[in-house]
Design a protein around this ligand. Structure first.
Ligand SMILES: Nc1ncnc2c1ncn2[C@@H]1O[C@H](COP(=O)(O)OP(=O)(O)OP(=O)(O)O)[C@@H](O)[C@H]1O
Ligand SMILES: [Mg+2]
Length: 280
């Protein structure tokens, strides 16, 4: 579906998550600047610049005479290191929002900036390369390449970006270890369970050390045990690497992993909870 296969996720069962801890891990993606002190919902300190900014984004689908306004004059800001959960009824525009934010689907109006760069003013080729370096994706149906082994799936974004196969494989193997699949590196997706496939996808999402991970119902196809494993990984690995996460979910347990919730109804943000929704 998405030919450059920049998609993915992670795990490591740890102790109870404390949303207030998010943002304390600074990495090379966190751009320090004064001026965002006290921004609503941000829990990581006064000096973190937005890593993703949507301004006045509009998206309408037309089929024949029918017109669906999926996103309407939509504004959204994500700070470096944040974990935001997107909820809302089916058809509200959650996937569309992720695709537009991730440079996969073009908005009709408005701007999308990732790390200060306008994603939709780039050429298609430049945008694909930018996506591979700055964004990691995780999808409900994993989107692994069936013919490739786990390690080849994870290293693919690096190889596509020109990294020599040996270095790319070494980095991919490190990620597979971190998601607990070091012993499954040579398996193909069909030889893995659903939870394992999604852990491979998490590893792939993180392999290029992106500043943002976009996850669309990453647990939508998993049992509760595998869901917990994948969510713990997503949270802990993104936290260690300082990546911000935007995760769409219909699952209440998954929604508690976020430190902020964006609720969408009819293409508009009907509520953005400033309070962390993760229970201590
Ligand atoms: N390519 C398309 N052509 C026409 N309409 C589309 C297209 N993609 C999405 N839509 C419509 O846009 C609206 C929003 O779709 P979207 O997939 O973003 O919803 P969602 O919130 O992710 O829903 P779900 O929770 O079911 O995944 C829906 O009404 C859908 O039918
Ligand atoms: Mg969707």
């Amino acid at each position: 579906m998405f030919p450059d296969a920049t998609l993915a996720v992670t795990s490591a069962v740890g102790d109870a998550y404390r949303p207030a801890d998010r943002g304390k891990h600074r990495n090379r993606h966190q751009l320090l600047t004064p001026g965002t002190a006290g921004r609503r919902g941000y829990r990581g300190g006064p000096s973190v610049k937005p890593i993703l900014q949507l301004k006045g984004v509009g998206k309408t689908y037309r089929r024949g005479d029918e017109r669906v306004d999926v996103l309407v004059d939509f504004d959204f800001t994500l700070d470096a290191g944040e974990f935001v959960v997107v909820t809302g009824p089916s058809g509200a525009g959650k996937s569309t929002l992720l695709h537009i934010a991730g440079g996969l689907d073009a908005p009709d109006s408005g701007t999308v900036a990732v790390a200060g760069q306008d994603v939709w003013s780039m050429s298609g080729g430049a945008r694909a390369a930018f996506r591979r370096r700055n964004l990691g994706f995780v999808f409900q149906f994993f989107n692994l390449v069936p013919m490739l082994t786990a390690v080849e799936n994870v290293s693919l974004p690096l190889v596509l970006d020109g990294m020599p196969a040996r270095s790319a494989d070494a980095r991919a193997e490190e990620l597979l270890e971190r998601v607990g699949l070091g012993d499954r590196a040579r398996h193909r997706p069909a030889e893995l369970s659903g939870g394992q496939m999604q852990r491979v996808a998490v590893a792939r999402a993180l392999v290029a050390r992106p500043s943002i991970i976009l996850a669309d119902e990453p647990t939508g196809n998993l049992d509760s045990h595998s869901s917990t494993e994948v969510l713990d990984l997503l949270r802990s690995l993104s936290d260690e690497d300082g990546a911000a996460v935007v995760m769409v979910t219909h699952d209440e347990a998954a929604a508690r992993y976020g430190s902020r919730e964006l609720h969408l109804v009819d293409g508009r943000a009907s509520a953005i909870d400033a309070a962390p929704i993760g229970k201590p």
